[in-house]
Design a protein around this ligand. Structure first.
Ligand code: E4P
Length: 218
């Protein structure tokens, strides 16, 4: 399963890259704004910095909501680097734009996906990735992980190559359960990735090993 970090913060991206487990980065306009990046020129320059900082795919989101605008922005983003996957929202014009970009061989990430039907359309349009937002579904008392399960079944039944990228991850168990349910990738904030490391028995065991080593050395 691929691991993406869901941020535009370069320090966090570099920290995750240094772990040696990172397959890329996802961003969105809110994450860009949170990192203090505003305006088309700065956003593009920042995508270049992110691509330089990691080896894998970097999801870069379009702002336009009409098909022509999304295609124009998507082509410009894709021209920045082969690493760019153009992130397009699951709306009618977005589906058209994904189909067009996919036909040109441009990688796409269909975002803001909240239902199996939407995921079916994304795959049919030829999206490279589909991003079901599991945390935002949980936030409204729905079941985000169940959506991952439904999409996995549909894509396996129909033989769609679109990769399921579990997004809007809130905590480490979202990552573990996405893996159990057959997601191809997750994108998570750094704190959720780092939380996978933690177990009190690991800390206690290490402390004991080191103190026993010290005693044996005395
Ligand atoms: C990633 O592709 C999404 O934009 C992101 O995971 C959304 O996460 P949020 O629901 O925490 O904003």
């Amino acid at each position: 399963m691929k691991f993406f970090i869901d941020t535009a913060d370069l320090d966090q991206i570099r920290e995750a890259q240094a772990l040696g487990i990172l397959d890329g980065v996802t961003t969105n306009p809110s994450l860009m704004a949170k990192a203090g990046i505003r305006g088309a020129a700065d956003v593009k320059a920042h995508y270049r910095r992110i691509c330089d900082a990691v080896d894998g795919d970097v999801s870069a989101e379009v702002i336009a909501t009409d098909c022509e605008g999304m295609i124009r922005e998507g082509e410009a983003l894709a021209a920045l680097s082969d690493q760019i996957a153009v992130k397009v929202p699951l709306i009618k014009d977005g589906v058209k734009a994904i189909a067009h970009l996919a036909q040109q061989g441009i990688k796409t990430n269909c975002t803001l996906v909240f239902s199996a039907g939407q995921a079916l359309l994304a795959a049919k349009a030829g999206a490279s990735y589909v991003s079901p937002f599991i945390g935002r579904l949980d936030d409204i008392s729905a079941d985000g992980l169940q959506l991952i399960e439904e999409i996995r079944l549909i894509y396996d039944n129909c033989g769609y190559p679109t990769e399921i990228l579990a997004a809007s991850i809130r905590h480490p168990m979202h990552i573990v359960e996405s893996a159990q349910l057959g997601a191809d990738a997750i994108t998570a904030p750094l704190h959720a990735i780092l939380a996978l490391l933690k177990h009190p028995l690991t800390d206690m065991g290490l402390k004991k090993f080191l103190s026993d080593y010290q005693k044996a050395d005395d």
